[in-house]
Design a binder for this molecule. Structure first.
Ligand SMILES: N[C@@H](CCC(=O)N[C@@H](CS)C(=O)NCC(=O)O)C(=O)O
Length: 209
């Protein structure tokens, strides 16, 4: 049985959503962020040394890092559903977006979060951070000019990986200039599997960055 070690209001939501899309059975162990620090509780470090979410266990195997978890679940349990085959025309695009989400797009949003903790002291950094957020969002918007989803005309695992950026950007009002990204997020949120993931994992109430 697959166990999702699920932290409230976190990237772990996308793993629950993926499992709902795949129709693969799983159980959830819930972890709650500290109300003040927003950090994960120390019990998560008993599952994986980083103590971050998402992390899953599948028998004796523990898999951490969203992209690795999504690839593992689609390939090992999902019969390849939502994951283009190596010879598919959209394989390279799909790989790009799978990596872009955490490798590029999240960085300015994380910097925004940490700069927020610094308050006014971070003011000199703000224009650069805002510029990089806009740079990444505009690039994402441009990619959707010729297709409905990041790697083609139907949902793939890359959209699930990218969804957290859309949620984070929307929370802070930064999706407003990007109608295609807004449309994609609306279509994502309308999916029954996405809604089931929220019912099981709890609402996604993210910190404004
Ligand atoms: N790149 C990692 C990031 C993992 C991560 O930072 N998760 C956050 C939740 S969204 C977390 O566990 N935060 C709590 C903490 O750092 O204590 C992934 O995509 O899995």
């Amino acid at each position: 049985m697959i166990t999702v070690h699920h932290l409230n209001n976190s990237r772990s939501h996308r793993v629950l959503w993926l499992l709902e899309e795949l129709g693969v059975p799983y159980e959830i162990v819930h972890y709650k962020r500290d109300a003040t620090t927003r950090l994960a509780p120390p019990e998560l470090k008993k599952v994986h040394p980083l103590g971050k979410s998402p992390v899953i266990s599948d028998g004796d195997r523990v898999v951490a890092e969203s992209g690795a978890i999504i690839e593992y679940l689609t390939k090992v349990h999902g019969k390849g559903k939502l994951w283009p085959s190596n010879d598919a025309p959209n394989w390279a695009e799909h790989t790009h977006w799978m990596h872009f989400a955490e490798g590029s797009a999240m960085l300015p949003f994380l910097l925004g979060l940490y700069a927020g903790l610094l308050g006014e002291g971070a003011a000199p950094l703000r224009p650069r951070i805002e510029g990089e957020m806009a740079n990444h969002l505009a690039y994402m918007e441009g990619a959707l000019a010729t297709r409905d989803y990041f790697a083609g005309d139907s949902l793939t695992a890359a959209d699930i990986q990218m969804s957290f950026i859309l949620e984070v950007a929307d929370t802070s009002g930064r999706l407003a200039p990007y109608p295609r990204l807004q449309s994609l997020l609306a279509r994502i949120r309308a999916r029954p599997a996405y809604k089931r993931a929220l019912e099981k994992g709890g609402p996604l109430e993210l910190t404004r960055r």
